[in-house]
Design a protein around this ligand. Sequence first.
Ligand SMILES: NC(=O)C1=CN([C@@H]2O[C@H](COP(=O)(O)OP(=O)(O)OC[C@H]3O[C@@H](n4cnc5c(N)ncnc54)[C@H](O)[C@@H]3O)[C@@H](O)[C@H]2O)C=CC1
Ligand SMILES: CC(C)CC(=O)C(=O)O
Ligand SMILES: [Mg+2]
Length: 357
Amino acid sequence: MKIALFAGDGIGPEIMAEARAVLAALDLPGLVVFEGDVGGAAYRRHGHPLPQETLAMARAADGVLFGAVGDPACDGLERHLRPEQAILGLRSALGLFANLRPARMFKGLESLSALRPEIAGEIDLLIVRELNGDVYFGEKAQRTLDDGRRQGFDFMSYAEDEVRRIAHVAFRAAQGRARGGRSGRLCSVDKANVLETSQLWRDVVIETHADYPDVTLSHMYVDNAAMQLVRDPGQFDVVVTGNLFGDILSDQASMCVGSIGLLASAALGERQTAFGTFGLYEPIHGSAPDIAGQGSANPMAMILSLAMMLRHSLGREEDAARVERAVSQTLADGVRGDDLGGTAGTREIGDAVLARL
Ligand SMILES: NC(=O)C1=CN([C@@H]2O[C@H](COP(=O)(O)OP(=O)(O)OC[C@H]3O[C@@H](n4cnc5c(N)ncnc54)[C@H](O)[C@@H]3O)[C@@H](O)[C@H]2O)C=CC1
Ligand SMILES: CC(C)CC(=O)C(=O)O
Ligand SMILES: [Mg+2]
């Protein structure tokens, strides 16, 4: 079993160190770990944010654990050399089109949610974000118009097969979450009242629903969804949406459960390995340059991303559940970082999780 660790920039190396310690404590038999450079760190060392060696390392692995990229020192670079191209490049080159971003309330954190505690307690949702299309990957440029004005554009598009494959992932996830006689629920979020990409999205999701009659399907415009997420988050079970809307809604969902430092993610494609589905796992947050180097970042999203890798790519469900229980217990015991109004630093939180493993 082979995995690759790409720590990246900013708080990436700090939180990755804690995930690495948890991984070591699990002592998985036959595990081989490679480490590669990505982002601004890779640009400085190799002249590119996603060096060929790093990409090759990812391809050879059963799973990739990714910290974060993004470095203000790289702001002036041409777009293709900026750190963020590393994560976009990996998602695209590895065909990782399905981004699972679960958000659930941990016991004891209800009062730390941006929402009222009584509604925050109901949050247990999964955002299924399409990850290979939309404006992130469309043609983009700036140009000067004939009248001298500068114009920027990003082409937004979805082809029907791109929508269909993510819809299948989302319907299957909803089926898997059906509980105690209650059917799984899928809410497809779009902007079909304005965007043609969204109209196609909605049509294809409705067509795909025919294969999943046991799942209750609803549709919501993204502006309403942003509002409903804070008004009544308990109404959501699985949410499927495009790349841009999913990016924004998942950061919003993180504050509903207390902090962006808690939300993990899995980026999956179709490639199967001997142990599960190949994937890339990362916190939903970025490199947080404002707190980098201070030892104050919450490593829980990173550690929970490791748990997702254990589950989806390494076939280690029991270990995944063990890591999740350790994080949950750490929070229940009141060990909290600055992001949750506490005083524990990155290392202290990591050690507390290890102690409960
Ligand atoms: N997948 C990736 O590697 C991503 C990279 N980025 C990049 O990261 C850089 C910073 O972007 P921002 O917009 O500031 O978003 P960010 O997610 O890095 O930070 C937003 C805010 O949340 C806080 N925060 C984030 N993670 C935290 C943690 N684990 N513990 C405690 N506080 C945490 C930060 O201190 C900051 O105040 C940019 O270069 C951006 O492009 C942003 C999102 C995803
Ligand atoms: C390219 C990334 C910086 C986009 C992002 O914010 C994310 O995937 O969460
Ligand atoms: Mg984001």
